[in-house]
Design a protein around this ligand. Structure first.
Ligand SMILES: [Zn+2]
Length: 389
């Protein structure tokens, strides 16, 4: 692709290129990664792939400026949510401009930020950066911040570790310094089957599942009153059962029941605490009765995914920097999860700030305002000037 050799694109042209790669989370993203690599190479920037175990996806990490630790990373995910079942006016993977809006899957969440970051690279290269600016592009964010984890594990090893991180999820360029942490569990209850006329010989898995769900409901009610943080909507941690499946036939004592529950934890709430309480309840109020009839009966509680809640330190340098670069003086909390906590927990303090409105993310006819992309370019221009100092 000779076009990428040093070619300068406008942010909107870059966005059109990125949107054209169908990087729905369950598909591979290697086409997009190859394009970005080529583009960066054309501007004299080497990049490093971190490939997934199955080789179908990759993250990309690149450093502009001094090849050291420190500086700041611009973090974004390359994957998008599916368009299946959504009613789009035009092809979701062809960027369409209309009335100051750019329509396309991922335009807001979050290829707009990736496009702006890439469009800023020639400017970053021209400057005499004293602090490095790193690009950290991940995959599988939409299915639980999966792909960023192996990349973070390499920071300070194969990859230079940034001093701080800006995660460019759509915040309408407002400064977000806290978010809830989504955590999900699968629960499998194994009982013993019997003819339903001989119920006393069986262990009814559905019955014990409902007991566990009752305990979860009590916890949910308590969470509503425990920690209230009005910066979030709703202002408390939520907990709910989202799926349930059990039973075999109307005349059989059910041997199996499984359900899924999730929490959206405010900063400060530990997922372990919720899980420990459910395990204790199972051990005290379910398992003894179950085992009295069927020693093979059991309750399996498995945490399947956890994105930690995020809360920046009150004195956070990167929050202060983001406020300065956006010219704002107020920070916000949001209820959706991002990669910010994972970077922060790895020792790189983070902030969330990016173009586009989260309300348009994941929707049919997803769009980003052209003015948002332009605002992000101003932000990145100021960031470049900061990195020269
Ligand atoms: Zn996103």
């Amino acid at each position: 692709m000779s076009e990428a050799r040093g070619h300068t694109y406008t942010p909107v042209e870059l966005l059109a290129r990125l949107v054209a790669f169908d990087t729905t989370s369950h598909k591979n993203n290697l086409g997009l990664i190859a394009f970005v690599e080529e583009y960066l190479r054309g501007h004299g920037v080497a990049s490093h792939r971190i490939v997934s175990e199955d080789g179908q996806k990759a993250s990309l990490y690149a450093t502009i400026g001094p090849a050291d630790e420190g500086g700041i990373a611009l973090s974004g995910h390359t994957d998008v949510v599916p368009v299946d079942g959504q009613d789009w006016t035009s092809d979701p993977f062809t960027l369409r401009a209309e009335n100051g809006r750019l329509y396309g899957r991922g335009s807001a969440d979050m290829k707009g930020f990736l496009a702006a970051s890439l469009a800023a690279v020639p400017d970053f290269k021209k400057r005499k950066l004293k602090k490095p600016i790193h690009l950290a592009f991940s995959y599988d964010e939409e299915v639980g911040c999966i792909g960023v984890r192996p990349m973070i594990a390499e920071l300070g090893k194969a990859l230079p570790k940034p001093r701080m991180v800006i995660v460019g999820e759509p915040t309408s360029m407002q400064v977000v310094d806290a978010h809830k942490g989504p955590v999900r569990w699968n629960v499998n209850v194994k009982g013993r089957a019997a003819h339903s006329s001989m119920a006393h010989l069986g262990v009814n898995a559905v019955t014990y599942a409902t007991r566990l769900i009752g305990e979860l409901e009590r916890m949910e009610a308590e969470l509503k009153h425990r920690v209230i943080d009005v910066r979030f909507e709703p202002p408390y941690s939520t907990l709910q059962v989202t799926k349930i499946d059990g039973g075999t036939a109307t005349n059989i004592v059910p041997v199996h029941c499984s359900f899924v529950f999730d929490i959206r934890a405010l900063p400060g709430l530990r997922a372990d605490e919720i899980e420990d309480r459910l395990r204790r309840f199972a051990e005290m109020h379910c398992l003894p009765e179950m085992h009295a009839i069927a020693p093979e009966a059991g309750i399996d509680i498995e945490r399947v995914n956890a994105v930690p809640p995020f809360g920046a330190e009150p004195s956070s340098e990167v929050v202060a920097l983001a406020l300065k670069l956006t010219g704002q003086n107020e920070t916000f909390g949001v209820s959706y999860g991002t990669e910010a906590a994972l970077f922060q927990n790895a020792g790189a303090p983070s902030v969330v700030c990016g173009p586009g409105d989260i309300a348009q993310a994941h929707t049919a006819d997803e769009w980003i305002a052209e003015s948002e992309v332009a605002n992000c370019m101003v932000f990145l221009d100021r960031l470049g000037a900061w990195a020269e100092t």
